[in-house]
Design a protein around this ligand. Structure first.
Ligand code: MIC
Ligand code: MG
Length: 305
């Protein structure tokens, strides 16, 4: 029954896998999962990690991404997602949910929730999406205290602590590079270079910072959508697609609901839906017979496949 109700690898196995990926010359591709089932799909399709986006956790609760969600809400969702996948899961811990002492507590809670890594950003509270104007960052020394507190709080030395800098869009790339170096010196394992615009911005960062780097390929933001191969050749170590699966699903859900409202039926939409049989396959429905042979003792008729 290995891997049936929860992933087979331990949290530490996944943390070590993430570290190995970051140390390799291949880019670690980390799409966002808006729910645990999406994490299964991400694994099956062959990605190297799963991302839990703060923006998506908020949007899921019909809230904007302005620091309204609590540590408990984020940790609960992240745990639900991390536990079903063999892949390492990276979670967005925003500004750490408070002062450095709270950031330290955040690390312990997310570590207990089985995450492989988390990122803390240098924005002020209330934070906002890194791709919007009008955001502000705390002084470098304060952000360094956040990172130091996070690093000190970690009990599993393999837990990946990622420091995000939002400074490029506010203070310029050189200042962001300076911050990234300070965060790496403070013990960050990975630097998230938020809201860079062009490939040459990414190249500049890569040349200047001697630490693993993560790119954020979020849609409708400030960054050009650079493909994974190009980011890899620039020397980036990881890339997230944080909100992509939610945007795809919401777009399809909206179209489908409008069609039903207009026509009174969903029957023209069936070939744009995940079929029952595919859902069952993803859920490994049949394997639940390991517990009780009466569970999967039916067949799907042609129309159900
Ligand atoms: C990565 C991010 O922090 C997130 O919460 O997913 C967001 C993504 C987005 O709003 O598009 C961010 O870049 O701030
Ligand atoms: Mg976020």
């Amino acid at each position: 029954m290995s891997g049936l109700l929860a992933a087979a690898p331990s949290a530490n196995d996944k943390r070590r896998a993430l570290r190995a990926g970051l140390a390799s010359d291949r880019i670690v591709r980390i799409p966002g999962a808006f729910n645990p089932l999406t994490a299964k799909l991400i694994q099956e399709i062959g990605f190297e990690g799963v991302y839990v986006s703060g923006a998506v956790v908020a949007a899921d609760l019909a809230l904007p991404d302005i620091g309204l969600t609590t540590l408990t809400e984020v940790a609960t969702r992240a745990q639900q997602i991390a536990r079903v996948t063999d892949l390492p899961t990276l979670v967005d811990a925003d500004t750490g949910f408070g002062e450095p002492m709270s950031a330290a507590r955040t690390v312990t809670v997310l570590e207990d929730a089985g995450l492989a890594g988390l990122h803390l950003e240098d924005q002020v509270n209330p934070k906002r999406c890194g791709h919007l104007d009008g955001k502000a960052v705390v002084p470098t020394e304060e952000a360094v205290r956040r990172i130091r507190a996070a690093v000190a709080a970690r009990r599993d030395p393999d837990l990946v602590i990622c420091a995000r800098t939002d400074a490029a869009g506010i203070e310029g790339i050189d200042a962001a590079i300076g911050r990234a170096r300070a965060y790496a010196d403070a013990g960050a394992d990975l630097i998230f270079t938020e809201a860079l615009c062009t490939p040459s911005d990414f190249e500049r960062f890569r040349a200047a910072v001697d630490a693993p780097l993560l790119a954020n390929m979020t849609e409708f933001g400030k960054s050009d959508l650079i493909d994974a191969q190009t980011l890899e050749s620039i020397g980036y170590n990881a890339v997230i697609y944080p909100v992509t699966t939610l945007r795809l699903a919401m777009f399809a859900a909206e179209e489908g609901l409008r069609a039903i409202a207009t026509t009174g039926t969903q029957k023209d939409l069936l070939d744009r839906m995940q079929h029952r049989s595919r859902l069952y396959e993803l859920l490994q429905y049949e394997r639940y017979n390991d517990f009780d042979s009466g569970i999967f003792n039916f067949t799907l008729s042609r129309s159900q496949r």
